[in-house]
Design a binder for this molecule. Structure first.
Ligand code: EPZ
Length: 420
């Protein structure tokens, strides 16, 4: 297993290109199952999760060709010869559940393994299933698999999500494009990845109104065509790298960064005293000295993203004052806290609330990655820590960050991958 060694030290200076969004790509790829025509994605990120989704789609009979060093995914589901998404692939990546809606809508039948939980929580899929039932599907849970049927095809229905779910909104949105009649999704997720998915589906011939708002209306069509679609910029990668100069000092330009993808996060970052300027190429973040402590509560979009909570905590560890971070989306998303504690951070976790008392300086230490976003918060903390930080189990990182060590090293950080 690889580790990443970070030597804390000087301020950063340079530019970081922002890649296509992992969480957009992972829902855009299953959309190919909705059509017999080719779907090509450009600006695709080169991440291990994309490889997992590629393997899953290929196991169903879809063709997926990765071109231009992985930045273009040419897909075609002319014929699906297997309608079962097996456990051994699904268990590796929860987003695999996103093949359920499209497969069911296209074929009237789908068998998908339940994904099971993960480090940050139980992460059930009950809302995915309820939304599909509202479109006339019958769903049976047998031996760890969802057996979904819609013999005469799905039919338009209305479903109100009891709370916001990104994945369930995506599954329902894709399924509804081929349902007979009109589907209305209420209290839908509003994330930019939902808007990107809707844009792609509309390019394929779907009739969708309201993506990005809490009510999405879909008029089903008989079939969808092909399309070529650019994956939207990754707002979580963007926020992560905006925090690098904030933690380490200096000034970094984020190429392709868009403020509108992260308004709540940018407002919080500016409240710590960090400056964020729009540039022709994206956003420039410049540290103005020691950050001030701010309080953060994670919320569905357009609120502060849960996927940036761990990274923000890394900044709060050396901020002036005490900050309170509330994690309202997942039940176990503070696993980075004890690892940051090994570096000298003062963090008190009580249930879904972490209270961070800023210290002057963290000290480098061997630490362990536990999940994707926790791992990168340890890297960020290492940028400003005195001495060397060795982050182990970085396979977590490779799921969501393309060439992280190259991108940070290009800005003067001492970040090196070592294979053990
Ligand atoms: C997506 O996960 C993202 N993953 C997550 O990013 C992100 O943290 C999350 O949305 C919230 O923004 C992808 O897009 C691939 P949810 P998802 O359904 O769809 C509960 C990362 O680091 N819930 O919005 O699984 C669930 O347990 C990952 O890139 C149910 O109870 O998230 C959670 O507590 C981590 N029943 C809450 O809702 C359901 O049927 C929000 O989950 C579905 C969800």
């Amino acid at each position: 297993m690889d580790s990443i060694v970070v030597k804390g030290g000087g301020a950063l200076s340079g530019a970081i290109p922002i890649s296509g969004a992992k969480n957009a790509c992972l829902t855009l790829m299953p959309a190919t199952l909705l059509s017999e025509e080719p779907l090509t994605l450009t600006n695709a990120p080169r991440l291990s999760d994309i490889g997992t989704m590629t393997a899953l789609l290929q196991s169903l009979g879809a063709e997926v060709a990765s071109m231009q060093d992985g930045q273009v995914l040419a897909m075609s589901s002319h014929k699906l010869d297997n309608l079962t998404a097996e456990y051994d692939i699904v268990r590796k990546m929860r987003a695999s559940i996103l093949v359920l809606g499209p497969m069911l809508a296209r074929e009237g039948h789908a068998v998908v393994s339940l994904p099971g939980g993960c480090a940050i929580g139980a992460r059930p899929v009950d809302l995915h299933l309820k939304a599909l039932e509202a479109m006339g599907a019958t769903l049976d849970l047998r031996e760890g698999y969802v057996h979904a049927e819609a013999k005469n095809g799905l039919k338009g229905g209305t479903f109100e999500f009891p709370f916001v779910s990104v994945g369930a909104t995506e599954n329902a949105l894709m399924a509804a494009t081929l349902a007979k009649g009109t589907t209305v999704l209420k209290n839908a997720a509003r994330e930019p990845e939902i808007v990107d998915l809707a844009d792609c589906l509309i390019r394929m011939g779907a009739q969708i109104d309201g993506a990005g708002t809490e009510t999405i209306t879909i008029q089903g069509v008989d079939r969808l065509g092909g399309a070529t679609h650019p994956v939207v910029a990754d707002r979580i990668e963007l926020g992560t790298y905006m925090l690098a100069p904030a933690v380490a000092g200096g000034s970094v330009e984020l190429i392709g960064g868009r403020r509108d993808l992260l308004t709540a996060f940018v407002e919080k970052l500016e409240a710590t005293g960090v400056s964020v300027e729009d540039t022709d190429a994206g956003l420039r973040v410049t540290s103005q000295g020691r950050a001030k402590a701010v309080d953060v509560t994670t919320e569905p979009f357009p609120g502060f993203p849960t996927d940036l909570q761990a990274q923000m905590m890394a900044l709060m560890c050396t901020a002036e004052g005490t900050s309170v971070l509330e994690e309202t989306i997942f039940e176990n998303r503070f696993m980075h806290a004890p690892e940051l504690g090994r570096m000298g951070a003062k963090i008190d976790v009580q249930g879904g609330t972490a209270t961070v008392t800023g210290v002057e300086q963290l000290k480098g230490a061997p630490v362990m990655a536990t999940d994707l976003r926790a791992s990168v918060s340890l890297i960020l903390a290492g940028l400003a820590a005195e001495g060397e930080t060795v982050v182990s189990r970085v396979y977590h990182l490779d799921r969501g960050y393309e060439r992280l060590e190259d991108k940070l090293s290009a800005c003067g950080a001492s970040v090196e991958r070592i294979s053990s």
